[in-house]
Design a protein around this ligand. Structure first.
Ligand code: SF4
Length: 453
C-alpha cells in the first residue's frame, strides 16, 4: 500500500502512473501561480486518496495548502477513478482492456462491501448474487473502460499466462492481439503429452499465536522478509517489520487499526487488530539483505505496540533475540507504554523510543524513559495535537515530529508551525537530532530537518 503525504492511496488509483518531468513541473507552476482549482478527492470515509495524487504532490512542492473533498457516498470509488484517469489519459484500446483486468478485483471488492453493508451501489459493476469473475463481470468492466468484452478477455488470458507480457500491454508496447498470439505460441512449445494432472498442492499454513496461547492458521510465506516502506508514512525508516500485530491502546487517530480492519486486507489480518504473534516472521532479519533497499533502519511493529501490557514477555524476548541474530540492521522500537521497557536489555543497534501527542503524555513518559538503557533514546511526537513543552530533552538523541493523518475516525490535522518550531528549538537546546515528517505544514523556504543520530 502506498502512502502519500500521510494519505493512503487507493490501490486501484495507484495502478496509474504518476506524471513526471516537464508535465509535473508545469502542474507545480500552475498551482503556484493560480492556486489549486480542482480539489483532491478522498474516499467516502475520508481514509483513502481517490484522485489527485499529482495535485497533492504539486501542492507540497508549490507550498500551497491542498483542498480536499470526500467522494459522495452514492458514487462508486472505482468508477470515479476510471472517470478521472482512464478517460483523462490518451490510452489505446489494448491499454484500456488491460486496465479493465486490473480493476476487476477492486470493483468486486467494492460490490462485496456494498452487499455486506446492505447498501447495493447502482454503479457497482458486480450485481448482488452474481459470480464474481464470470463473463458478466468482465463485460461490465469492459463497458466501464469503453472497450469490448472480447478484448478484455484477451488481456485477461495474457495476464493469467504471462504477467510480464501483460505489463507490456499496460505500457502500450504490445497490443492484446499480439500478446495473446505470443502466449499461444509459448504454450504450444510447452505442451506436454497428455498426462494425469499433478495433484493440487495443499496450502501450507503456520500458526499465529494469541496472548492466551490459542492459535490461528495463516498461509505460510515462501520467504519472510522486511517490508520496504513506501510513501511518507514512515519517512524515517526504509523498512518495517511486524512480528506482532494489533494493539489495545485504542487511539482515535490510529492508522494501523484502519488498515487491519479494512475488508480489503482481511486475509493479511485474520484477527483484525487483536494482538497476535507471527513467529515465522522472526526469520525476516536474517532473510533480508541490507543492500536490497534504502538504508538499514527498520521500524519494528509499525502495526502494533510491542510493549503493550497485553504482550507476553516471551514475544518481546523472541523479537529481541531475532534482532541480535542480524546485527547489521538498526532496529527502531516505539511504544506508548515505556514502563514496559524496564528490565529489558536491548541490543546495541536498537533505538528505543516513546510516543507523545499531548502535554499530559509528555509529562508521563520522562521517568520511564530516563531508566532505559539503549544506544539511542528517541521521542516520536506524532501526531502533535497541542503545544507541548519539555524542560529537558537531553536524555533523547533524536526527536521526530509529525502531523495526524486522516482515518475513519479523525480528519487530517497538521499542527501550527509555532508549536513545531518551539519543540525544534528545545531539541536544539538539548543537543537532539531532529526529523520533521513531510506531512507537517511548512512555510515557503523553510528547511525541514532530516537528521539522524
Ligand atoms: S498505540 Fe499506536 S498502534 Fe496502538 S492504537 Fe495507538 S496509534 Fe494505534
Amino acid at each position: 500500500m502506498t502512502e502519500l503525504h500521510g494519505y493512503i492511496v487507493h490501490p486501484y488509483a495507484d495502478e496509474f502512473p504518476m506524471i513526471k518531468g516537464d508535465e509535473f513541473a508545469d502542474l507545480v507552476a500552475s498551482i503556484s501561480d493560480h492556486g489549486l482549482h480542482e480539489p483532491i478527492v478522498l474516499s467516502h470515509d475520508g481514509q483513502m486518496l481517490i484522485d489527485g495524487r499529482n495535485r497533492l504532490r504539486a501542492c507540497y512542492e508549490a507550498r500551497v495548502d491542498p483542498r480536499f473533498i470526500n467522494l459522495d457516498r452514492h458514487q462508486s470509488e472505482v468508477n470515479y477513478i476510471d472517470d478521472h484517469n482512464l478517460r483523462r489519459r490518451n490510452l489505446t484500446s489494448s491499454q484500456r482492456a488491460a486496465m479493465a483486468v486490473v480493476r476487476l478485483p477492486y470493483a468486486e471488492a467494492e460490490a462485496r462491501q456494498k452487499m455486506i453493508s446492505g447498501k447495493p451501489n447502482p454503479e457497482a459493476p458486480v450485481p448482488q448474487g452474481q459470480g464474481e469473475r464470470g463473463p458478466q463481470a468482465r463485460d461490465q468492466a469492459a463497458a466501464a473502460v469503453g472497450v469490448s468484452g472480447r478484448l478484455v478477455g484477451q488481456a485477461k488470458r495474457v495476464a493469467e499466462n504471462d504477467p510480464e507480457l501483460f505489463e507490456k500491454i499496460k505500457s502500450g508496447e504490445v497490443t492484446c492481439k499480439e500478446a495473446e498470439r505470443e502466449v499461444k505460441r509459448a504454450n504450444k512449445t510447452k505442451a506436454q503429452p497428455a498426462a494425469d494432472p499433478p495433484p493440487k498442492p495443499t496450502p501450507v499454513t503456520v500458526n499465529l499465536i494469541r496472548p492466551d496461547g490459542t492459535t490461528v492458521p495463516y498461509p505460510k510465506a515462501k520467504v519472510v522478509k522486511f517490508n520496504q516502506t513506501k510513501g511518507d508514512g514512515i519517512s524515517w525508516a526504509g523498512w518495517s517489520w511486524n512480528p506482532v500485530t494489533g494493539c489495545e491502546h485504542d487511539c482515535d487517530y490510529c492508522y494501523a487499526r484502519d488498515i487491519a480492519l479494512n475488508p480489503r486486507f482481511a486475509d493479511a489480518y485474520p484477527v483484525g487488530f487483536d494482538p497476535i504473534f507471527h513467529p515465522q516472521r522472526l526469520d525476516a532479519p536474517v532473510n533480508t539483505k541490507i543492500g536490497e533497499g534504502t538504508g538499514g533502519r527498520v521500524f519494528v511493529c509499525s502495526m502494533a505496540d510491542l510493549f503493550g501490557r497485553w504482550v507476553p514477555d516471551e514475544w518481546i524476548d523472541r523479537v529481541l533475540r531475532a534482532c541480535e541474530a542480524a546485527p547489521e540492521w538498526t532496529y527502531i522500537f516505539l511504544t506508548k507504554f515505556p514502563n514496559r521497557y524496564e528490565g529489558l536489555t536491548f541490543p546495541p543497534n536498537a533505538w528505543v523510543g516513546t510516543s507523545v501527542d499531548t502535554q499530559r503524555r509528555a509529562d508521563l513518559v520522562g521517568h520511564s524513559m530516563s531508566k532505559v538503557e539503549a544506544s539511542v533514546r528517541w521521542l516520536s511526537i506524532e501526531p502533535l495535537l497541542e503545544p507541548v513543552e519539555f524542560d529537558d530533552l537531553s536524555m533523547y538523541e533524536w526527536v521526530v515530529i509529525g502531523a495526524q493523518t486522516a482515518n475513519g475516525a479523525t480528519p487530517a490535522f497538521a499542527p501550527y508551525l509555532e508549536w513545531v518550531a518551539d519543540i525544534v528549538h528545545m531539541a536544539r537546546r538539548d543537543g537532539c537530532k531532529v526529523h520533521l515528517k513531510p506531512n507537517l505544514r511548512s512555510a515557503p523556504g523553510m528547511v525541514m530537518p532530516d537528521e539522524y543520530p
